[in-house]
Design a protein around this ligand. Sequence first.
Ligand SMILES: NC(=O)c1ccc[n+]([C@@H]2O[C@H](COP(=O)([O-])OP(=O)(O)OC[C@H]3O[C@@H](n4cnc5c(N)ncnc54)[C@H](OP(=O)(O)O)[C@@H]3O)[C@@H](O)[C@H]2O)c1
Ligand SMILES: [Zn+2]
Length: 340
Amino acid sequence: MKAWRVHAHGGPDVLTPEDLSDPSPAADEAVVEVKACALNHLDLWVRRGVPGHNFPLPIIPGCDMAGVVKEVGSVVRNAKAGDRVVVAPGFGCGTCEACSEGNDNLCRDYGIMGETRDGGYAQYVKVPSRLLTPVPGDMAFEKIAAVPLTFLTAWHMLVARCGVKPGDDVLVHAAGSGVGSAAVQIAKLFGARVWATASTDAKRGKARDLGADDAFPYESFVEEVRRRTNKRGVDIVFEHVGSATFDGSLRCLAKGGRAVTCGATSGAEVKFDLRLVFFKSLSILGSTMGSRGEVLRILRLVGQGKLKPVVDRVMPLSEIRKAHEMLEKREQFGKIVVVP
Ligand SMILES: NC(=O)c1ccc[n+]([C@@H]2O[C@H](COP(=O)([O-])OP(=O)(O)OC[C@H]3O[C@@H](n4cnc5c(N)ncnc54)[C@H](OP(=O)(O)O)[C@@H]3O)[C@@H](O)[C@H]2O)c1
Ligand SMILES: [Zn+2]
């Protein structure tokens, strides 16, 4: 099969086209013909490398895939050749205490497709069969592939970690990011009032089209949020930008508010005034991925049209280096999807 692999970390050039032998499934695995694979910021970290973190190189990146089952292992019962499937990106061991309690993302052996094992920048991918779910209805592969990782992350942050509810004021940073474009929709679905940030007028317009009540530049979000909430502040800040926004995120929280974070795109070293945290009784919550059950609920809501994939553009896999450059330059709103 044709695949794009990373042998050593670096710029987009380290993504290398190769001819590899087709994967064959272990007893509990399936091989899926990849019809679409969505990019995530994680793909950039896998390609560039992260200090102090070891990725299993060489690796085929790509966390979010949809396609057609080609072959299944001998004990697989939940899928068969020819099925149209979407692949959940994360997997626990399935047997430990955390997994058994439905907290797969807290499993000590938690892994992610395209990060800890080969992913979707390829014609075929081998996956644990329990990650497969039928594509809802006749939804296009390019659309459904744009759902799993971003919606799961945003859902777990807002619903599981923060308990978002009707009447909450929520600030979603970078509404044009994968996770932000999901978060705007999820917060609205739960009846919250949603404020957003984005870097350009065009992206702020798209944030409003997606359901945000209003959107602001990064430079002025603290003042704008205070003004719009009558100086009260917001109940939840959806953080993933990191050092460029984190201090402001705490400053625009209401008393008792929660800042929930899954990322540090602009930098991981943050500085903030601890007095804000205790005087305002704030909570700072971390979040990574979510449970398999959450993925299934999200896919059901996507099937019902209540949550919508936000696809910025679809490109051939042969242009994967260009796709990485576009994501790095923040040119997208929502997801870039590649097709082998
Ligand atoms: N822990 C987890 O489970 C998990 C899961 C998913 C993602 N993440 C993390 O969450 C972050 C977002 O992921 P994603 O895939 O949604 O990313 P993405 O689609 O590539 O979007 C990144 C966004 O960051 C925004 N941004 C704001 N300030 C920035 C700055 N100074 N430098 C660079 N970008 C800046 C850009 O905003 P504009 O559009 O306004 O220009 C861009 O839209 C990443 O750090 C990712 O690693 C973590
Ligand atoms: Zn486990």
